[in-house]
Design a protein around this ligand. Sequence first.
Ligand SMILES: Cc1ncc(COP(=O)(O)O)c(C=O)c1O
Length: 474
Amino acid sequence: MKDNLYKKPLEIAHREALNFLDQLDETPVSRNLSYGELKELWQRELPVEGTPAEEVISDLNKTAVPGLRLNQSGRFYAWVIGGSHPSAVAADWLTGAWDQNAGLYAGSPAAGIAEEIAGSWLKQILHLPEQASFAFVTGCQMANFVCLNVARNFLFKQAGWDFETHGFYGAPAMRVICGEYKHNTITRALRMLGFGSNHVVNIPTDDHGDIRVEALKMEFERDSTTPTMVLLQAGEIHTGAFDDFASIIPVAHAHNAWVHIDGAFGLWANVSQTYAHHMKGAERADSWATDGHKWLNVPYDCGYAFTAHPKEHFQAMTNNAGYLPTDQVARDEFNWNPELSRRARGFATYAVIRELGLKGITDLVERNCRHAKSIVEGIGRLTGAEVLAHPVINQGLIGFVHPEDPERNDDFTLDVIQALNTSGEAFFQASTFKGRKCMRVSVSGWRTTEQDVERAVNAARQAIKTVSDQVKGS
Ligand SMILES: Cc1ncc(COP(=O)(O)O)c(C=O)c1O
């Protein structure tokens, strides 16, 4: 029987997935095989003859594991990547088995309704307006793209220009205002949307990376008439800083600007009474972008776009073809996002929201913020380390201090991060913030515990000692 063909490969996948997940606490969180070594594991001639599926899956597992990043581990602090909750992984397996095309309702009624329900739950969780439109996309990059696409068309329409028909040919000018520390996906979304990168007005930011409100006001005084989008941020990737939404949005709206908030992880601060004050006023924005695969801990890939302008959202994204049966009652997802055929992302989001409930999501966010603070402060207290940015939410920055020559702090910092990662006890990444090399501390995985925090601090202590000894011995 055809169905039996699935049995063995799925059993192997099930066994190996559990092995992988069960061993996360013991496995070194960083693996150091080189590109060449990893490639050798994968390299094969193009297969001409087929191979039984169970053999392929068994080999795939052996080949892939040495090159996997262990962001599922509680000791992974490199980027805001997060892990995946049990129900979300399981829902994702079913999504693969069901193989639904979630582009239109007729392609998968279940997937369409799962997204509809999960989308409305997300708005409640994130404290966004009930009537806001939404789209499930691949990540915050595409969520930013969708929102800015809607913004551009809306602003042109306000200026009497039908962008959907005429595009940029003969269009009036449009201004884009951002903070100096906008995420690179904003820059790329603007490029993809035809704005290029040269004409963006970058407003200076304060030490934490949030926009200086006075500077923004001056920009509006300089030019108060050009149609404008103002791109704000909830959760700067180094410091977790939030722009001052309550002050900025009314100023922008007084000039008929569209305000977008890139909140890939920061938007989730709204679930916690302790951190929600950072989001004050954010509900008045025109659009919001965030991720599921970061702080909600659903598997890759999953992001969400929301706008306060459903009609314009639909108009900017809608897609029509005579051969596709659109639905009169239900939501056809392809009318809201940039894809036609697409993965049924709603199942995993629906599952994890049910698994955690609002209380569990709040607990996850607060736990991660607490752990980020403990790691930053714990390492910051060590001789040879200093805190460069205390976490506002779940991000912070550490710098390491050369024992003899402060001019060499940057190199010393990179060496300590390398030594720390080589230990396999924790995994961090270097970045540059305000001209200085630093170690980013990002905590967004649901598995991180107090013990993991302690291991990270101890590993940092040891790494500083190792590198300091090398410096003194050289
Ligand atoms: C603030 C911010 N915006 C956008 C993105 C892009 O998100 P994604 O990688 O899900 O496309 C990120 C990713 O780190 C981010 O931190």
